[in-house]
Design a protein around this ligand. Structure first.
Ligand code: HEC
Length: 146
């Protein structure tokens, strides 16, 4: 192979590597995760009506794998609103399979829990109510949060 061709190949390989890394960095730099939720408005105080609807949806659709205060198939939900951005939580609920593929925090969870969370046929409105339920439990001590 002539030297300038070899050089061009090396340059191309370096460029594609550089682009790949840039892509990963973009994900790593986004605490909002990936999915339909780009921005969510949350109130200064918890909306009790929304939280109680969220609690019912959580009971029906999530409690097979999650508890508030203890690890089950997936992580304990307590203080999730302190660990993650609200948008991240909703994207995890609405788009778990892509999240565990491309979001660094979700990838880490998958590596720990070794089970794939699946989409539970919830609407964006349901996910918002579940978020409010998490905000409510996280505003109280764990003993009374259940
Ligand atoms: C089939 C079991 C299963 C179901 C059902 C399930 N999850 Fe998960 N969930 C997991 C697992 C396992 C993880 C860790 C990520 C992974 O491995 O996919 C997770 C992760 C999460 C996280 C991130 C927790 C953290 O510490 O950051 C949230 C939030 C979450 N789930 C909410 C929900 C909600 C809300 C529902 C109901 C709509 C739900 N999950 C239904 C298994 C499940």
């Amino acid at each position: 192979m002539r030297p300038h061709i070899a050089l061009a190949l090396i340059a191309a390989a370096a460029l594609s590597q550089y682009c790949g890394e840039k892509g990963e960095q973009k994900n790593a730099a986004s605490p909002k995760g990936v999915g339909p939720v780009k921005e969510v408005q949350i109130g200064a105080t918890v909306d009790a009506a929304m939280a109680s609807e969220g609690a019912k949806i959580f009971q029906t659709k999530c409690s097979a794998c999650h508890e508030t205060g203890a690890r089950k198939v997936g992580p304990a939900m307590y203080e999730v609103t302190k660990r993650r951005a609200p948008e991240w939580i909703m994207n995890m609920i609405l788009n778990p399979e892509e999240m565990t593929k491309v979001d660094p925090q979700a990838q880490e969870l998958l590596a720990t829990y070794l089970a794939q969370m699946t989409f539970q046929n919830v609407t964006q409105d349901d996910a918002r109510k579940i978020l409010e339920f998490f905000r409510d439990t996280d505003s109280k001590p764990l003993k009374t949060a259940k």
